[in-house]
Write a protein that binds this ligand. Structure first.
Ligand SMILES: Nc1ncnc2c1ncn2[C@@H]1O[C@H](COP(=O)(O)OP(=O)(O)OP(=O)(O)O)[C@@H](O)[C@H]1O
Length: 284
């Protein structure tokens, strides 16, 4: 494991020549709150994510992980700095729908069935009914909801709703996925299965991923690099390279592997400089 302890523009070296999936340059975000007060959420964050690279963001609660993801997704605007997605401004990339999103709350349409929710992005882009339903079928199977395809969101558990949202985010085989704790509501067994599926799918489709999590083992299992952030205002304090091989080879057994434990230790130390975890970070 290699830990980069300083805040440098974190470039996936092997991919420097191609257009980055994401390029964040000196981004800052200050929220204006009541009575002229300010919350400085992010400060001078620079990060490059290469095409096909899986990068997790981890850090104490409130350090600005979701804010950074929201800036990339153009759901909020940076106060300073520049954000490019596949060489386009964040706004243009959103308009061109360059990425899929799966956030904490599933955000499903309550009047549409599981299948119809998953088909929605395809429908909006004019994909024909037969192709839509074949793709939805594949994804429903992938997330283990075969018997629930006709159900409506309020008939599903929180974890099942989350799985529908993940399937929907994958519907268009995006080149980039922005995921904010998508597995947070899942039970441990489902969560580990989904991690394995996600890393395999991304490896096979070549999708880049930015994945916010509170779980160190989850970050290590999934990622090519784990970006460690400081308490607010969020800065990048370390980047841990994970050498666990391609996503297609990341199976359950890996969790018992010494390289996996080394990754967990390296991230833990980058977070805290000691084996204890800061508030809001899970060691399990
Ligand atoms: N719209 C907003 N208005 C004011 N402050 C905000 C807003 N959104 C986020 N913040 C503040 O910015 C800081 C970073 O929030 P953010 O949600 O990005 O943190 P996080 O690292 O994702 O936290 P957690 O791990 O707890 O989900 C927090 O102090 C939060 O209160």
């Amino acid at each position: 494991m290699v830990t980069t302890p300083v805040q440098t523009p974190a470039t996936g070296a092997a991919h420097a020549a191609s257009v980055a999936a994401i390029s964040v340059r000196s981004a800052g975000k200050v929220f204006q709150v009541a009575k002229g007060a300010e919350v400085r959420a992010l400060d001078d964050v620079s990060l490059t994510v290469a095409p096909g690279e899986f990068v997790s963001l981890i850090g104490p609660s409130g350090c600005g992980k979701s804010t950074l993801l929201r800036l990339i997704a153009d759901l909020d605007e940076a106060t300073s700095g520049e954000i490019l997605v596949f060489g386009k401004t964040a706004r243009q990339a959103r308009i061109d729908q360059e990425y899929g999103i799966a956030f904490q709350s599933a955000g499903l349409l309550p009047w549409r069935s599981v299948q119809a929710n998953i088909e929605l992005p395809l429908e909006l882009h004019g994909v024909g009914k037969t192709e839509r339903s074949a793709r939805a079928e594949e994804l429903i199977e992938l997330v283990g909801l075969t018997d629930f395809r006709s159900r409506f969101p309020d008939q599903l558990s929180g974890g099942m709703q989350q799985r529908v949202a993940i399937a929907r985010s994958l519907a268009e085989r995006p080149k980039l996925l922005l995921m904010d704790e998508p597995f947070g509501a899942l039970d441990e067994m489902t969560r580990e299965r989904m991690q394995q599926e996600l890393v395999r799918i991304c490896s096979e489709t070549g999708a880049a991923v930015v994945f916010v999590t509170h779980s160190i083992p989850e970050a290590v299992f999934l990622s090519d690099r784990v970006v460690v952030m400081s308490p607010r205002p969020g800065r990048i304090v370390g980047i841990v390279d994970i050498d666990l091989g391609p996503g297609t080879q990341r199976s359950e057994g890996l969790r018992e592997n010494s390289a996996f434990f080394e990754g967990v230790t390296a991230v833990r130390e980058a977070l805290h400089g000691s084996p204890a975890a800061p508030m809001g970070v899970e060691l399990r």
